[in-house]
Design a protein around this ligand. Structure first.
Ligand code: NCD
Length: 305
């Protein structure tokens, strides 16, 4: 793989994306072994720089780097000099001075990873920036689709809910397009971004009309922490029109899978019994995340061309 940073899902062409998924398959095979560690990144330092809350992504990157024998430094903005007003640039220069080979960054500002990439010599991996992108989430979602359906090319994927605030949706639209899947975004008109006409995806407003024709339905979290306005009348009304409940699941083709990146608002965008059903890949997505992030670190830092 010949890219230095992974800032957007569109940094990956089909060959690179497929290389990540294939390498992740090999990494997953290793997770079943008694000794889960590879020596590949011995002597390399990976810094997890998290300015925004995270459970899955942070733990997943940490587990991935450790399984490849890298030294891992976890930095969370809370409790650091960031709360004393230190800028991202000064923090970057500190990391640079410590010899970070890779910095995994999550930040509430869209574009922060791009800025960081100008200031440090190492590799920058975007672990979610504002409402912009979350490329490794898209990779783990693609991996999950491929392992359940055997392919990505030609799959029909509905991405449903708060598309406006979702970096997961944006990254998935780019990557799935690169890999030959067909995406339909479904949301209330208030939660569809203005620039969506430029995205390689269809847009629909009626969930019930879309469900019978999909192979994958991906539910998005309603991101209340990013909402400055009221985008829908009430939670009940949202759940009634855009929530995935047991009745709607019955309208899906029998082979279709249900995805969610987590964290979930159970009872709002997804009913608890759907989240916990056999069709749901939610827990699998988390496990796949470690393999996929191992693959990304391995291909980008391991010197494998
Ligand atoms: C997502 C994120 O942080 O963008 N979660 C994740 O990384 N698993 C989605 C979300 O917060 O809703």
């Amino acid at each position: 793989m010949n890219i230095r940073h992974l800032l957007s899902a569109s940094d990956l062409d089909r060959r690179d994306a497929t290389a990540v998924l294939d390498t992740a398959t090999e990494m997953a095979a290793m997770a079943g072994r008694e000794v889960k560690k590879l020596p590949t990144l011995r002597g390399k330092t990976v810094v997890n720089l998290f300015y925004e809350d995270s459970t899955r992504t942070r733990i997943s990157f940490e587990a991935a780097a450790k399984r490849l024998s890298a030294d891992v430094i976890n930095f969370s903005a809370k409790g650091s000099s960031v709360s004393k007003g230190e800028s991202l640039k000064d923090t970057a220069l500190t990391l640079q001075a410590m010899g970070a080979d890779a910095v995994v960054i999550r930040h509430p500002a869209s574009g922060a990873p791009h800025r960081l990439a100008h200031w440090i010599d190492g590799t920058v991996l975007n672990a979610g920036d504002g409402t912009h992108e979350h490329p490794t989430q898209a990779l783990l979602d693609a991996y999950t689709m491929r392992s359940r359906h055997g392919r990505i090319e030609g799959l029909k994927v509905a991405i449903v809910g708060d598309v406006l605030h979702s970096r997961v949706a944006r990254s998935n639209v780019h990557l799935l397009h690169t890999l030959g899947a067909h995406v339909t975004l479904v949301a209330p008109p208030t939660l569809i971004p203005v620039g969506v006409t430029g995205w390689p995806a269809d847009v629909g407003y009626d969930l019930d009309a879309v469900l019978p024709g999909v192979d994958v339905v991906m539910m998005l979290r309603v991101q209340r922490e990013r909402m400055t306005d009221s985008f829908f009348p009430s939670e009940r009304e949202y759940a009634r029109r855009y929530g995935l409940d047991a009745d709607r699941v019955r309208a899906l083709p029998s082979h279709a899978i249900v995805m969610h990146p987590g964290p979930m608002n159970r009872g709002m965008e997804i009913a608890p019994e759907v989240a916990d059903s056999a069709r749901s890949t939610i827990v699998e997505q988390v496990a796949n995340g470690v393999s996929v992030r191992m693959a990304v670190l391995y291909l980008m830092l391991g010197g494998v061309k």
